[in-house]
Design a binder for this molecule. Structure first.
Ligand code: PMP
Length: 406
């Protein structure tokens, strides 16, 4: 109280909203900053290889979108749902992946990351439970936490999430949704087998649950046969929001992603997007639509696979000589990541310190755990280095492992 008996008014501006307090800034982003020092061979980021970006094709696509006949609309405000030509191209792509899709089912988003934010805004009330794989994609965890969700891990094994564990969890937690990356998972590289996809879809149908199926990596397959999307399987058809993106198969800088939502949710998602950004960049959508019409995405992806497959093989082939005895790691059929579990007693943060001294980097696995972190885990990405660089980087990592033993 001041002399006049009035409450003291603070002159400091008010604090950030409470819902942000428990959301850690991504330690992965901070680690990435450390690993970007010149000379460091980094297996840390989940980045596509820039030498494979189709710069000439995109230059042509932007020139077309900015031509005298088009710039009046391609530089103008536009509809929230997205560029009609792009939505048609996306619907065709989804059909080719085994998911019959009408262009009206598609909402273009600013990266698939925005789709996660919109879903959280539309479905989650503070305190609601959201089920996720353990470990899980970190920025999805952040989205759900920002919306005030209780994030609950579903038990997972080498094949991904265990659908049998789901019924008990759903009864106990009454979750709004289950978030899954069933194909070439980030961070583990795992793929959910078809029988588990079927069991998951049937369980979602039975248990009354939304499924968010996030698939940025599915087309980057280097071995094995494509599996059906969960969204296409009995039980899941009317309750799965399917997400994908051009980030991993074309370029991430365009920030073109999308979601395919059941009719019941579409209106609310469009309203949430209006509130977020009105619409995704018109010029970027127009360029993407032109690129997809003028260029051959299948051929482009075949080119990516031809480069990434030997990089994956170089990494997997060398790991037995590099990691401490008793380590385990995944052998992904596609995507960008290999997930390592060091023997008990190892701490990936300690190993990273030694590794950075040797000018090699990776991401420790603990930030990807929604509940109890496993500090002996780490993620290695194999996409951005040649086989020769991978061999050099892994030689340094072997030295860092030896340093840690001393
Ligand atoms: N989901 C997963 C599983 C990812 O790994 C990523 C990118 N790392 C995204 C979504 C977001 O990708 P974008 O916003 O570039 O489409």
């Amino acid at each position: 109280m001041n002399g006049a008996g009035l409450p003291q008014i603070s002159t400091a501006p008010p604090p950030a909203a409470a819902r942000l307090r428990d959301v850690a800034s991504s330690p992965v982003r901070e680690i990435l900053a450390l690993t970007q020092r010149p000379g460091v061979i980094s297996f840390a980021g989940g980045l596509p290889a820039p030498e494979l970006f189709d710069a000439p094709g995109l230059r042509e696509a932007f020139a077309h979108a900015l031509s005298d006949e088009r710039f009046g609309s391609t530089l103008q405000y536009s509809t929230t749902e997205g560029d009609p030509a792009l939505r048609r191209a996306i619907a065709e792509r989804m059909l080719a992946r085994g998911l019959p899709t009408d262009p009206d089912d598609v909402l273009v988003t600013s990266g698939s990351q925005q789709a996660l934010t919109l879903i959280a805004a539309v479905l989650i009330e503070p305190g609601d439970a959201v089920l996720v794989e353990e470990p899980s994609y970190l920025a999805a965890l952040q989205c759900f936490q920002m919306a005030g969700a209780r994030v609950v891990p579903v038990p997972c094994d080498d094949d991904g999430l265990d659908p049998d564990a789901l019924a008990a969890l759903v009864r106990r937690e009454q979750p709004k949704l289950l978030y899954t990356v069933p194909t070439f998972h980030n961070p583990t590289g795992r793929t959910l087998p078809t029988e588990r996809r079927r069991a998951l879809a049937a369980a979602a149908g039975r248990l009354g649950l939304w499924i968010v199926e996030d698939d940025p990596y599915g087309e980057l397959r280097y071995s094995g046969e494509p599996l059906p999307p969960v969204a296409s399987l009995p039980g899941a058809e009317d309750r799965t929001i399917a997400l994908s993106t051009l980030s991993k198969v074309l370029v991430p800088g365009l920030r073109i992603g999308w979601l395919r939502a059941p009719a019941a949710l579409r209106r609310a998602l469009v309203v949430a997007k209006q509130a977020a950004d009105l619409h995704t960049s018109t010029i970027d959508q127009a360029a993407a639509a032109h690129w997809l019409g003028a260029c051959d995405l299948d051929a482009h992806i075949a080119g990516l696979r031809a480069v990434y497959a030997p990089r994956r093989d170089a990494l997997l082939g060398a790991l037995p000589e590099v990691l401490p005895e008793g380590s385990r790691w995944t052998r992904p059929d596609g995507g960008m990541f290999v997930w390592v579990r060091l023997p008990d007693g190892w701490d990936a943060d300690d190993l990273l310190k030694r590794a950075l001294e040797r000018e090699v980097a990776f991401v420790p696995g603990w930030p990807f755990f929604p509940a109890v972190p496993d500090r002996a885990t780490l993620r290695l990405s194999f996409t951005t280095h040649t086989e020769a660089e991978i061999a050099t980087g892994l030689g340094r990592l072997r030295d860092a492992v030896l340093d840690s033993r001393r």
